[in-house]
Design a protein around this ligand. Sequence first.
Ligand SMILES: [Zn+2]
Length: 380
Amino acid sequence: MKRFLCLLCLVLLPAQGGGQTAAAPAPAADTKPGDDVVMSFEDYEPKSTLVVPEHPKTRAKYPFIDVHNHQEADEMTRAQVDKLVADMDGLNMAVMNNLSGGWGETLAKGVRNLKGPYPKRFTEFANVDFKRIDEPDFGANAARQLEQDVKVGGAQGLKIFKNLGMFVTDKNGVRVHTDDPRIDPVWDKCAELGIPVLIHTGEPSPFWSPWDRHNERWLELKQYPSRRRTDPRFASFEVTMEEQHNLFRKHPKTIFIAAHLDWLGNDLGRLGKLLDEMPNVYTEIGAVLHEIGRQPRAAREFFIKYQDRVLFGKDIWEPSEYHVYFRVLETRDEYFDYYRKRHAFWKMYGLDLPDEVLKKLYYKNALRIIPGIDKSAFPS
Ligand SMILES: [Zn+2]
């Protein structure tokens, strides 16, 4: 019993330091049982002794559309695109949606590079140049550019990065709110063109919390101190997200996909209320699998209840990490590893989603709201 308590202390002790950045000494290899060992939280990597059925996945059960991916498509060679498609084939990824399309010739070139050789395997979302926010006709000009990017360049949606609402400022240094009326013509243009807006606003709420032993993202904020949002130049998490929700309310004819479960993966009840209130809003699961996989029962209920509103996304293109997504969504496995400790120091559990729910998540919802995707690769 004494050793068990001791072990817990070892895990928790270093985090008490909070502000310390010096690395704790590595545990000595020749430690005798019973010795006190001080070890960093970052060094503690216990190997699970749990023996239960395991169903690792390397390929999705159905062809899927990844709505949240980033490629520098305008700079890719044909060989790189071929390799990308081969890796997609290995995962059963039928369509990749590239959110980093840019605008103008950059966008058009990216679309040519990807869709020239593989017209059915990619979609590309355009972006808005917020550096022009101070121009008198910013909104109208940005809407016109977007229309051209769709009709001439081949974009099939708009992606808004988290710079809006956090880092974009006008010439007076004032933060541009996500629901700033200067941008309104862009949202209205999306409704007119029938394209969705995938919008990433804010960041995980612990980034705004004190960096201390109670912070769930302690490790990430240690590794990336610039991600701490306690600086007063940022609005609070609540205000940052409320501005986004106001935008959704103001433009009910525009379809929005709130990225990363709208950073409410740790409060699915609240996310559900937002979806109930706003039928024009969808969401996706990029980079928040760790939230789903730690609450398999609540998350399963959420995915079933909101089966028409959630899309599959991943964010960072690392094929092996998709395997964990498939395992969480498709199996009922217990207590298995996630892939990035700074997101989650906890284990994953499978949701065992029903086939019809899985199909909607993997492709049916995306086919409904992203125009122009060839449906022939997908089961009915
Ligand atoms: Zn992203």
